[in-house]
Design a protein around this ligand. Structure first.
Ligand code: 5BU
Length: 260
């Protein structure tokens, strides 16, 4: 099963170029931690990434919460991503018809397709949404994480929806980087990445429906390849120290997992 295969080996099995790069970065930096930088100013985001960037493989953004988004921010976060060797995932959760999503991806204030290595997408509208995001912008490979499950309490995703989402993804091997999901049985392909949010050490949830699990639980029981941590690091007294705590905990679990 995919969980027992090393990240080095899985880089060779990936068909999407972003998935391949991400597996390689994880193996090289020995970190399967994704930081969710849910901050509302560009200065705060860049300052945080300067401190934690070396400890993560992936940086997840929500650019529509930034008060002072501008093109210089894009230049700077791209420079950080090169220097500290991480990829960028814009957690846009596209969910419209293909034509609209294509416009949302390439236009507007954010021009996400120009800078994000990969984006999150809902399967809800059907596969036109995947046709709209055709895997490259300006000759650079791009990727999609499809939402197969969510971490929040009472979400309306059913097992049938999850299964149909995984089947939809199988038709787009060049485009799909992996799934945002919560369970190891959700998909089998070892060339795809399981990204799992809802990870924290201190608490089991928030007041708005988020459900948290520990690094041990998500890597060893739930099959996560990359764990997404937001407030567990961002709201800590020392985000850098806490990033190292999560990185080490997650990596130890991965090593245990592949040693069988
Ligand atoms: P937190 O601070 O660790 O709770 O942040 C979690 C992040 O992951 C946040 O940006 C959410 O938008 C995102 N997320 C999630 O929490 N659960 C999901 O199922 C999906 C995304 Br999809």
């Amino acid at each position: 099963d995919r969980a027992s295969i090393s990240f080095e080996k899985r880089a060779e099995l990936a068909t999407n170029q972003v998935a391949k790069q991400l597996f390689e970065i994880i193996a090289l930096k020995k970190t399967n931690l994704c930081i969710s930088v849910d901050l509302t100013s560009t200065a705060k985001i860049l300052d945080l990434l300067e401190k934690v960037g070396e400890h993560v493989c992936l940086v997840k953004t929500h650019v529509d919460i930034i008060e002072d988004f501008n093109s210089d921010f894009v230049i700077q976060i791209k420079q950080l991503s090169k220097r500290l060797n991480f990829l960028i995932l814009e957690d846009r959760k596209y969910a419209d018809i293909g034509n609209t999503v294509s416009l949302q991806y390439l236009n507007g204030l954010y021009k996400i397709g120009e800078w994000a290595d990969c984006v999150t997408v809902h399967s809800l509208p059907g596969e036109g949404i995947l046709k709209a995001l055709n895997g490259s912008t300006n000759g650079v490979s791009r990727g999609v994480f499809l939402l197969a499950e969510m971490s929040s309490e009472g979400n309306l995703i059913t097992p049938d929806y999850t299964k149909a989402t995984v089947e939809m993804a199988a038709k787009y091997p060049d485009l799909i980087t992996g799934f945002v999901c919560q369970n190891k049985d959700t998909f089998k392909d070892p060339g795809l990445i399981q990204l799992t949010p809802g990870v924290q050490l201190e608490t089991s949830g928030d007041s708005l429906g988020q459900i948290y699990n520990t690094p041990e639980k998500v890597i060893l029981d739930k099959g996560a390849d990359i764990a997404v941590v937001g407030r567990g690091i961002v709201a800590a007294k020392s985000p850098e120290t806490q990033a190292v705590v999560y990185k080490n905990a997650l990596w130890k679990c991965y090593q245990k997992r592949i040693s069988g």
